[in-house]
Ligand binder design. Structure first.
Ligand code: NAD
Length: 504
């Protein structure tokens, strides 16, 4: 399929100037409502004169059903790597094990580390309790719990690794400030839970504060994610740009899209270094698929961001202005909350036709859009490596006290087993269960699973030799201790790189 406009009224160049080559874009029609909203979106872009060379790619359900567990095949990867820009309709992720989320795979494989979701109130045309809200959520897209590293370790306990990295956090915080500056926004708010996760979320907040010093023209503040999310849902107009790790960003961006009027309205950009993917924030809505009911606005909003990215800001503004005018004229799909400004409820195709009819018009009341520019992402230089010292090891042990009930499991017994041999090197200093200290001096009331973290260090906290750790593990295995994993304890430039046990 090729899409460039045949409508000469939108021709971008005079006959003397050769028209710029159409931008190659990989396009995935997706699942559920995907094909309907993609057709509608492409029809609008085509009529608006978007200079695109559309290269279809097949991803999603049909690929999963052919047995490719990633939902994408080699041909699609080749096309995306050639175009480096993708417009993607929502994908249905099959339930159950053995299948990877295609969305997460695409974002991580292509290094699309910044997920950018603007939500602006279109009140009163789209009824919204917050007429002044205009928020840009910048979500880290690759790390955090979405690293997808999960294990079942004992009969009772599973874990998911939360990875927050310095380079990953630097990049996303720079992206948030750079976007704020580019869009003339005033403030960036960081949301984390660093009062609990002092090492991981603590790093995110520290890096945010460091990066903020490079943007003195932008105000920087931070909030704990729980109260921050509550305030965002209650007073979104008080926020400008919000940056946060992956999971928090995933949740708050949907909350913000929903309170903005409908999840069907919001689009998002997934940006990496020289590669980008644009989409709607919502899913494939199988409940309304194939019924000409879906709102194409979310995907269209993503496509408008794509046009700005491709340097076709003039077309982007034309599309967005026609879309705003359509909403002002009361032409709405059924998902938009009913209100006094609704004149006609239409289906997907009629909505697209209404937008096309208004190309060249501007909204009368909502703010008309200036051509957006491609976001400039900053690549921060690598930071010097700190001095790293091994100072101990956490040994995780599976032990259920011969099948005792959790309340009856006695940490003194496992401590005795772990310390059976007098030693002049590393010694057991603490045992925790689900992070709570249970030895020494634990409380009998503490619930105890079969998963024990046993911390070994020198009593004076001095550095430890690697071979001492290996020897310790050998001794524990010889004593029949079921070691399920170890985690080395390090200091970095003398600063402790691990958390204390709760109650330690
Ligand atoms: P969903 O966003 O598809 O639907 C939630 C509700 O919103 C439904 O009632 C739906 O009818 C409605 N809705 C969503 N988009 C709409 C639109 N454009 N117009 C009108 N109404 C709309 O969420 P879900 O039901 O949780 O997920 C369905 C599938 O989509 C799942 O397989 C999920 O994994 C997938 N999903 C994909 C993406 C993506 O591809 N980026 C994102 C989220 C969910």
């Amino acid at each position: 399929m090729t899409v460039p406009s045949t409508d000469s009224s939108f021709a971008p160049s005079s006959p003397e100037t050769p028209a710029p080559a159409p931008a190659p874009v990989a396009v995935a029609w997706g699942d559920g409502i995907g094909p309907e909203i993609m057709d509608a979106t492409l029809a609008i872009l085509d009529a608006a004169g978007a200079r695109l060379d559309v290269r279809p790619v097949e991803v999603g359900l049909s690929v999963y059903e052919r047995g490719q567990s990633a939902g994408i095949g080699p041909e699609a990867w080749d096309t995306i790597r050639q175009t480096r820009v993708m417009l993607k309709a929502p994908i249905t992720t099959p339930q159950g094990g053995g299948v990877k989320s295609l969305n997460v795979t695409l974002r991580k494989t292509l290094g699309l580390y910044a997920n950018v979701r603007p939500v602006v109130s279109l009140h009163p045309y789209v009824p919204c309790r917050f007429p002044d809200m205009d928020v840009l959520i910048v979500r880290e897209n690759e790390e955090d719990l979405y690293a997808g590293i999960e294990h079942r370790q004992t009969a009772e306990v599973t874990q998911c690794l939360k990875l927050i990295t310095r380079p990953g956090t630097e990049r996303i915080c720079h992206a948030a400030f750079a976007l704020a500056r580019q869009e003339g926004r005033k403030r960036v708010t960081c949301m984390v839970k660093d009062n609990i996760m002092k090492v991981t979320d603590g790093l995110f907040r520290r890096v945010f504060q460091e990066v903020a010093t490079e943007y003195p023209d932008i105000e920087a503040d931070w909030r704990i994610i729980d109260i921050g999310a509550a305030m965002l849902a209650d007073r979104p107009e008080q926020f400008d740009v919000v940056v946060c790790p992956n999971l928090y960003g995933d949740i708050i961006s949907d909350v913000v899209a929903q309170i903005g009027g409908s999840v069907g309205l919001a689009g998002s950009a997934n940006l990496g270094q020289g590669v980008a993917m644009f989409e709607a924030v919502h899913g494939s809505a199988p409940d309304i698929a194939g019924r000409d009911l879906a709102n194409p606005s979310g995907l269209l909003s993503g496509a408008v961001m794509m046009l700005g990215y491709l340097g076709q800001g003039d077309v982007a503004a034309r599309v967005r202005n026609a879309w705003l005018r359509t909403l002002e004229d009361g032409v709405h799909t059924a998902d938009i909350p009913d209100g006094p400004h609704r004149v006609r409820t239409v289906g997907t195709r009629a909505f697209a036709a209404a937008v096309i009819d208004r190309l060249g018009q501007a909204p009368e009341h909502l703010a008309a859009v200036q051509p957006p520019a491609a976001p400039t992402l900053v690549v921060p230089p690598p930071t010097p490596r700190p001095d790293k010292q091994l100072v101990g090891v956490d040994v995780f042990v599976d032990w259920d006290h011969d099948g005792a009930l959790p309340a009856a499991r006695d940490p003194d017994i496992i401590a005795g087993l772990l310390r059976a041999q007098p030693t002049d090197d590393i010694d057991l200093v603490m045992i925790t269960n689900r992070g709570v200290k249970v030895w020494p001096n634990g409380l009998p009331e503490t619930f105890k699973t079969d998963h024990w973290r046993c911390r070994f260090q020198k009593r004076d906290g001095a550095p430890v030799e690697r071979r001492q750790v290996v020897a310790l593990l050998g001794r524990l295995v010889d004593r029949g201790v079921d070691v399920i994993k170890t985690e080395n304890l390090y200091t970095f430039d003398g600063v402790q790189g691990f958390s204390l046990g709760q109650g330690q």
